[in-house]
Write a protein that binds this ligand. Structure first.
Ligand SMILES: N[C@@H](CCC(=O)N[C@@H](CSC=O)C(=O)NCC(=O)O)C(=O)O
Length: 314
């Protein structure tokens, strides 16, 4: 039994223990944003806590894990609430890749920022074809809202990330409600750009590492969109950052930071940053020698966190 469940079951809630990981135990109701929040694992890091949580996601109709870093201020000041970055990972990832590989905790601690790292797809739904490939189904939710027969009941990562998860986080964890930003890698970079461009008032800023920039014109995107949205390619355009940017007043955009490695094995075949519009507010930085891995992300995460901190604490 987890600490939180144990505390609830026995009625022995110890505020100092619950503060570790930033949990604000609000309720034991069983539905919506009041649903149970289970602590799976927790470790101290740079004075704050990395915590893995598990909850039931109404929008996805399954249990989901997510990882959070809460900075030291959440330990020293029980009333503290922090701005929150939402990190979206790429194909084959779950909620653990960023928090274990990116080396972000030091910079999050220095900037008093939380990060929330959701999983990349619904899990364990046993849908046809869901586990057949690394680039579709489990681990490959593409942060969209599926409409096809097999996937429409569960694959709603768009609603989960933009609505259910932040409501849940802001109810249970020390997250400042009107201070969210979003970033991600590869499929998650695509998700971050799409979610920001579709909800520009919900996020203070956006950035991406090696995003899939033009999914309607690459194999990863076409496969996912056909499976989740169907054969009508016109419906795919609503989930393509290049198409969304073509309908956006670029002069009114805050600066979007995009980092891309020049030795990335997927650069031309899948990512295609050259398809992005050229504009001063789309800051595309190409880095010699870096590949598609988390070694690249770890090398530039400080810059991205400073980009987010500037917008979130303005
Ligand atoms: N065939 C490869 C592809 C998987 C891969 O490279 N995944 C990337 C994201 S790719 C775009 O969304 C990733 O982040 N992997 C996890 C990691 O920790 O590096 C394969 O299956 O390896």
């Amino acid at each position: 039994m987890t600490l939180l469940r144990l505390a609830r079951a026995t009625g022995t809630v110890v505020p100092a223990l619950l503060r570790g990981g930033g949990v604000r135990l609000a309720s034991s109701k069983a539905s919506g944003s009041d649903a149970a929040l289970e602590i799976v694992a927790r470790s101290k890091s740079f004075g704050g806590y990395v915590t893995r949580y598990r909850h039931y996601a109404e929008t996805l109709k399954c249990d989901m894990g997510f990882a959070v870093y809460t900075p030291p201020v959440c330990e020293t000041d029980p009333a503290a609430k922090c701005p929150t970055m939402y990190w979206l990972s790429g194909l084959t990832c779950d909620d653990t890749n960023f928090i274990t590989k990116a080396g972000a905790q030091k910079y999050l601690a220095e900037n008093n920022l939380m990060v929330v790292c959701p999983d990349t797809s619904p899990r364990g739904c046993n849908l046809p074809g869901e586990d057949d490939a690394y680039d579709f189904g489990t681990g490959a939710g593409f942060y969209i809202s599926a409409t096809t027969e097999h996937y429409k009941d569960h694959y709603h990562m768009y609603e989960y990330i933009t609505q259910e998860l932040p409501s849940f986080v802001e109810q249970h964890l020390p997250a400042l409600p009107a201070a969210r930003s979003i970033l991600g890698h590869s499929m998650g970079g695509l998700g971050a750009l799409n979610l920001y461009l579709k909800n520009p008032t919900q996020y203070k800023t956006v950035s991406a590492f090696s995003p899939i920039c033009n999914p309607i014109n690459c194999a990863w995107g076409q496969k996912a969109f056909r499976g989740y949205l169907g054969d009508d390619e016109a419906t795919w355009q609503a989930w393509d950052p290049c198409m969304l940017l073509s309908q956006t007043d670029l002069d009114a955009l805050p600066e979007i930071l995009i980092s891309q490695g020049l030795a990335d094995e997927f650069l031309e075949s899948q990512l295609r940053p050259s398809s992005l519009p050229k504009h001063k507010n789309i800051r595309l930085e190409m880095h010699e020698g870096y590949d598609h891995s988390y070694y690249f992300i770890a090398s530039f995460i400080e810059q991205h966190i400073k980009h987010h901190a500037a917008a979130l604490t303005r």
